[in-house]
Design a protein around this ligand. Sequence first.
Ligand code: GLA
Length: 515
Amino acid sequence: MNHRRHRISLLAVLSVAVLSLTTISYAFVRQQTENPLTGNWAASSPSNDGYVRKTYFNLKQDGAKITGTIRATQFFYTIKESTGGPEGFTLNASMMDGKSERKVTYEGKLVGNEMQVGRRNRPDQPITFQTAVRAPEGEGTLPARVDPPTLHAVKDNGLAKSPPMGWNSWNKFAGRIDDATVRGIADAMASNGMRDAGYIYINIDDTWEGYRDAQGNIMTNKKFPDMKALADYVHSRGLKLGIYSSPGPNTCAGYEGTYGHEEQDARTYAAWGIDYLKYDWCGARTLYTDEEMPAIYQKMGDALLKTGRPIVYSLCQYGRLDVWKWGADVGGNLWRTTGDIRDTWDSMTGIGFRQNDLAPFAKPGHWNDPDMLEIGNGGMTDVEYRTHMSLWAMLAAPLLAGNDLRTMSPATLEILTNKEVIGIDQDKLGRQAKQVWKSGDQEIWTRPLSGGATAVAVFNRGKDEAKVGVKWADLQLDKRKVVRDLWLHQDITTVGPEYSVSVPSHGVVLLRVKS
Ligand code: GLA
């Protein structure tokens, strides 16, 4: 009797289970046939470094409406609006990036079991379509958010008493940087006079990263077979090695960030022999607000200190949240004050001449960073590159060359290694220049130097050559009599109360004045 009852209830349970499974799979099949876009899709971008970057489309189609999320490199968007269906659709998606909304449009269609999908950058530009295939549910999900730590002051690491000098791979090589190129650059820098002029750091920017191993250790990708060996090589040339990462799950180029592995990665960098870290906000924007930046940067500041290895800490978050006010407190030696520089006169001057208000925040150990140098990359004339070098020196900016040091012209090398100009940048007082005079396209900036000297830069941003009368009294420099031109490498002997200089279009006259 009892047995039979058991059997009956077992049968009942089984039939319910079978029935619900059938209902679920029926619903699934129906969903797939009626709403075939529903599901998790991945489009892979192949690259020759072994790291596959994927864009995930987690879609739910309900007839003519498509909702869901799109995760691409450092971004995570929510679909806000859709039109069309499997035969051709448009997805308008957006995400909050700090206080601003970042919008994207993707277009695509279903072709058999695959989705052809691409991002529309501009209405008048063609789309590059990629193939997306179905991916397991859950793959590509954004990791859970870890709350930021509470704030405390991070101990000063005592590094970068003068603005860091060296080289960075991004401006010239972007994703094409590899071990052999870094070695070649190190050889060049050690032998062409740059090292002796003060250039010490060789900084590898984004795209060195591989996957994590089973223990969560970050690995390099195929382009960097052995980071420790590379560091040893760079050190053997009397130079130091820098690396790059992001506090987010992904870097700007979509590679692995340090998220959830901050201390572990800092230990790995130290074990490799890394001397400098550029830490780029990038993918952190998917999980944190701008107001949380200090705490997130503090986490890595603490982690670097804990390794016991001297590692210069460079903050890269494009100057948001007035980073100059808190960068030093979270352990930063320098912080980017702007978006990315480009190799054009407008980009370089648009950044450089906008730094005036930040002068009070620069001091030994802690510098404003208006981004890396473009000198020698070909988008400006040598006159303009001299202005770039002079302006950066006046601003006490880090001097990180961004060109191919193996093949540069003698003129480029001469600009980068002008020791008198470098002397201004590296002056131990560490004071950043301010604009003291302006008339039309001409500007004079001055910078106090150690030993009572002053650097005076006369800029001509105009299209024609200009004559500028430098009136020493106006600059409170009338008691100083020794004037030296740092590009002509000449003392000026005929200095009255007014010094009249002729400045070429887009050029500069850079002077050192003392009593
Ligand atoms: C950001 C930074 C750049 C560079 C790239 C790398 O755009 O501002 O300097 O590091 O990321 O992806």
